[in-house]
Design a binder for this molecule. Structure first.
Ligand code: ARG
Ligand code: ZN
Length: 496
């Protein structure tokens, strides 16, 4: 039987929380400093160098050759959705990109090889304002511009589409990704790793980050949230358009929308004042009126993590609770949680986990899916740091022992190169976190946290590989660490 990795994570955390290691004191053994917003403006989305393996319909990631496309680098997505009756949407996505080679054709990822019903149908495509020919087959939308695009040219592709969006089975884990509708009627997106192109045409690979504007038109009385900041709200006859802007580079899998007539935007003024970022949550009225206690600790969590990892990378943070999802996902600046987690005893650890992803995964994004432990191992390690901040070193050590026991009991494998069909394997999370525990023990606290901060600073808003992290670690520690990383990341045998 296959099980979702997060189930293992949650189970392990639940076991820990019911044991004697649960929060008992507030002694802080690790120094924290107050958060300051990033002092320098982030660079524009980097221009991706053309990869050696890229083709028209592949960016060349051996784990999932169907994802991403060659020949161009997206700078920005402007996504406009209108929600119509019967679950239908009208979509209009503008992709602004730069060619990395001369192009007479280009491909966008869009749709599914196994659509539900008619899926999403392309109605028109334009390149630089001129109607273009297109061929939409399965997951690829191949566009032929009226004239070839020169190397290094900026170009704009507009795609109009319509239909009823849906969720489809991911190629990376045995559950769905894409467009969901919960029993309460809330609609939302789960993009990681291959669901983004189920709702907008994209270069759907984390190595091509871009800025986003997401605008959602809904019936009056309905609320729509997306990543970043709500920059405009336009009331018309019978409709409202919510315009959201994420002006820091974002991977496609982190783009989201949450739509419901039961939800509102709840600003947390105290947390905003304390952190210097805009803290806002997207909540149904029952949770807005009676929020779970750990949600009131966002500023504290941002304080602890930014003290250890470096400044929080984005301008906003918050969460949304949605039903029917089953786990949690770190969408950039707006993490999603299953509603059932709201009263789970492990909620604080899941909140810390998804918050930690804003550094590890969202600001520093894997260049290839094989290195997913750079997300999940680090976010799981952050749970241990929160336990340490709460309960001191003894609680931290107890938790490590408990997780080590589980890695052995479940036979969790090495985190470095999980099977492409089981990308979120338990070992990626738990043995990934233990890899960082081992590194910390090996180099000592001062060097270890210097490594983390050098890493988040050097690669902020960009892409990373495992080799990048190892290089920073070896540079800062000023010694060879290859034996440690090889054993922890790739050896079937769990090191001592
Ligand atoms: N990144 C998520 C986490 O924090 C896991 C996402 C798995 N993907 C999914 N479609 N559920 O653990
Ligand atoms: Zn995670």
């Amino acid at each position: 039987m296959r099980r979702l990795a997060l189930v293992v994570v949650l189970a392990s955390v639940a076991a820990a929380c019911s044991g004697p290691t649960s929060v008992s004191t507030t002694a802080t053994v690790i120094s924290t400093t107050t958060t300051e917003p990033p002092t320098t403006a982030p660079p524009p989305p980097s221009t991706r160098p053309p990869g050696p393996n890229e083709t028209l319909t592949s960016i060349g990631d051996p784990y999932y050759p169907g994802l991403g496309n060659g020949g161009y680098d997206v700078a920005r997505y402007d996504i406009e959705l209108t929600l119509l009756d019967g679950g239908e949407i009208a979509g209009f996505t503008t992709v602004t990109a730069v060619t990395v080679a001369e192009l007479d054709r280009l491909s966008l990822d869009f749709g599914s090889t196994e659509p539900v019903g008619d899926g999403l149908v392309v109605d028109a495509v334009r390149v630089d304002g001129a109607p273009a020919r297109w061929d939409h087959d399965g997951e690829e939308l191949i566009v032929t511009p009226p004239a070839a695009l020169a190397a290094g040219a900026t170009f704009v592709v507009e795609v109009e589409y319509s239909g009823v969006p849906f969720a489809a089975t991911s190629r990376a884990l045995p559950i769905g990704v894409g467009w969901y509708e919960g029993a309460s009627g809330v609609r939302y997106v789960i993009g990681e790793p291959d669901g983004a192109h189920l709702w907008f045409p994209a270069n759907d690979h984390p190595s091509d980050k871009a800025t986003f504007s997401i605008s959602v038109t809904v019936p009056a009385g309905t609320f729509a949230a997306a990543n970043g900041s709500l920059v405009d709200q336009i009331d018309d006859i019978g409709t409202t358009t919510f315009v959201w802007e994420e002006d820091d580079p974002m991977a496609t899998y982190l783009a989201t929308v949450v739509v419901s007539d039961r939800y509102t935007l709840v600003r947390d003024e105290a947390a905003s004042a304390e952190t210097g970022i805009e803290v806002r949550n997207v909540l149904a009225s029952d949770l807005a009126d009676d929020p779970p206690a750990p949600l009131g600790r966002t500023a504290e969590m941002v304080g602890v993590l930014s003290g250890l990892f470096g400044p929080y990378p984005f301008d906003e943070y918050g969460v949304a609770f949605v039903d029917g999802f089953g786990s949690a996902l770190e969408n950039q600046t707006l993490s999603l949680f299953d509603t059932e987690l709201a009263d789970a005893p492990i909620l604080d650890l899941v909140l810390v986990h998804e918050l930690a992803h804003q550094w590890f995964g969202n600001s520093l994004t894997p260049r290839r899916w094989e290195d997913i432990w750079l997300n999940e191992g680090f976010a799981t390690f952050a749970e241990l740091l929160w336990i340490e901040a709460e309960g001191g070193e003894e609680a931290y050590r107890d938790e490590i022992r408990e997780r080590t026991r589980q890695v052995r009991a479940f036979g969790l494998g090495p985190p470095g190169s999980p099977a492409p069909s089981d990308l979120f394997a338990g070992g990626v999370y738990q043995r990934g976190a233990l890899t960082l525990v081992a590194l910390r023990d090996e180099v000592g606290d001062a060097t270890f946290f210097d490594i983390l901060r050098a890493y988040t600073d050097r690669y902020a808003y960009g892409n990373v590989t495992t080799a990048d992290f190892v290089t920073v670690a070896e540079e800062v520690a000023n010694r060879d660490l290859s034996a440690l990383f090889d054993a922890w990341l790739y050896d079937d045998q769990l090191p001592d």
